[in-house]
Design a protein around this ligand. Structure first.
Ligand SMILES: N[C@@H](CCC(=O)N[C@@H](CS)C(=O)NCC(=O)O)C(=O)O
Length: 216
């Protein structure tokens, strides 16, 4: 068994972030498929969220904390720069994405397609229409941020990029997200380029559970 164990679902964007950090730094790790609120998870995360991590006798929750720990503990490329301004910019973009864009792009937009509340399994059109202006605005913000260097923070690939790529992966699979990407050329080129990285390809999630069961 690898020393580092990540507990979570491969479909979870935050779980993918923790895995991409391992992949970028060539840290051997096991993924233990674990749903939110399962016993293993709630033993580590007080609110039962995924991912959580074990490294020997050390247990940790929250994707940003896990990423920081792995980056400081293991050799390999620095994913959180040490230079103060670059470090702060990395932190800034992780925070902007996690506190604002995740709510818009994943919890509201994506979930209106894959976990609609209506009971008939059909996308929740009202929720989608309501969130699309925010979706468009936030994609334009990202476009502006990556326009100059092709990265969110500074001149290199950091945790800030790792953190947003799994979200863009899902958003572009639905019409308004695909249109948003097509309309924001810098962001489209950014996604295209960074989705070729082995850390991204090696962590491609299987379809969401509902789609899997429909195709079975
Ligand atoms: N702030 C947490 C968020 C983790 C999170 O929301 N994970 C989702 C899956 S992507 C989850 O566990 N959802 C279940 C729930 O919120 O009850 C982190 O960065 O790890």
């Amino acid at each position: 068994m690898a020393e580092v164990q990540i507990l979570g679902f491969p479909q979870s964007t935050y779980t993918r972030v923790a895995r991409m950090v391992c992949e970028e730094k060539a840290i051997p790790y096991d993924l233990k498929p674990s749903p939110p609120h399962s016993a293993d998870v709630t033993a580590i995360h007080p609110f039962g969220k995924i991912p959580v991590m074990r490294h020997g006798d050390f247990e940790l929750c929250e994707s940003k904390a896990i990423a920081t720990y792995l980056d400081l503990t293991f050799p390999g490329p620095k994913l959180i720069p040490t230079e103060p301004r670059q470090a702060a910019l990395t932190e800034q973009w992780v925070s902007l994405v996690n506190t604002r864009m995740d709510g818009t792009m994943v919890r509201t937009y994506l979930f209106a397609y894959i976990f609609p509340k209506g009971g008939d399994g059909k996308p929740d059109r009202a929720a989608i229409e309501a969130v699309v202006p925010s979706l468009r605005q936030q994609m334009a913000v990202l476009d502006g941020a990556v326009a100059r260097t092709g990265y969110l923070a500074g001149n290199g690939y950091t945790l800030a990029d790792i953190n947003v790529m799994p979200i863009l992966f899902y958003v572009r699979q639905f019409p308004e997200g695909a249109e948003g990407l097509a309309a924001n050329h810098h962001l489209a080129a950014y996604f295209e380029r960074h989705s070729a990285r082995p850390s991204f390809r090696n962590t491609t999630p299987p379809p969401p559970p509902r789609e899997q069961s429909q195709s079975n």
